[in-house]
Design a binder for this molecule. Structure first.
Ligand code: PRP
Ligand code: ADE
Length: 188
């Protein structure tokens, strides 16, 4: 991704102080999707990043709700499956479920038991890494289904919350720099 592309995507982000609660600076990614040029840059950049960092990806897992805005398009561009992680009571059939805490509330997440096969190679996609509670919950669900977690890709990361230290798998983001797996972890 060129510096111009990064700049273009960053110019589409909007900040809202004290939303949804006092003290939270909310980062809004929705303007990206109002502009087809920005959306195309986003998908092309994510495809390049994933091809560069991960091998033989079978499944892109997207997290409700904002991950759903671009993870299916990305999966299609990569020729992978798309599998959703959803909020509770939304998925039919047998599910696995976990509760988690995020920057401004608690919630729970579920996946359909037959949505991934044991050993499938998985990259988890979401818009923002804040405390990491959401991403860790997705990791737990993938582990319960015996998927092979390759790593996480975010559009952006709230560095000051230091969530990267909580995530074990390699974690990348498009808009504010990249880092490798923690030293000593199985992915390092
Ligand atoms: O790292 P964390 O502290 O867990 O926070 C990050 C999560 O918070 C937001 O989702 P949220 O559930 O608020 O909203 P959404 O349903 O609009 O995606 C965001 O889209 C991430 O999924
Ligand atoms: N500050 C923030 N802005 C947007 N989404 C978020 N999810 C968690 N924290 C967030």
């Amino acid at each position: 991704m060129s510096a111009n592309d990064i700049q273009y995507l960053r110019s589409k982000l909007a900040q809202y102080p004290d939303f949804p609660k006092k003290g939270i600076l909310f980062e809004d990614i929705l303007p990206i999707f109002r502009d087809p040029k920005a959306f195309q840059i986003l998908i092309d950049s994510l495809v390049s990043l994933i091809k560069e960092k991960f091998e033989n990806v079978d499944v892109i897992v997207g997290l409700e709700a904002r991950g759903f805005l671009f993870a299916p398009t990305l999966a299609l561009a990569l020729g992978c499956s798309f599998v959703p992680v959803r909020k509770p009571s939304k998925l039919p059939g047998e599910v696995v479920e976990v509760s988690y805490k995020k920057e401004y509330e608690t919630d729970s997440f579920a996946m359909q038991k037959d949505s991934i096969k044991p050993g499938q190679r998985i990259v988890v996609i979401d818009d923002i890494l804040a405390t990491g509670g959401t991403a860790l919950a997705a990791d737990q669900l993938i582990e319960k289904l015996d998927g092979k977690l390759l790593g996480h890709v975010f559009l952006m990361e709230l560095d000051f919350l230091k969530a990267r230290d909580r995530l074990q798998a390699p974690t990348y983001n498009l808009l504010n720099g990249q880092a490798e797996a923690p030293e000593g972890s199985e992915w390092a």
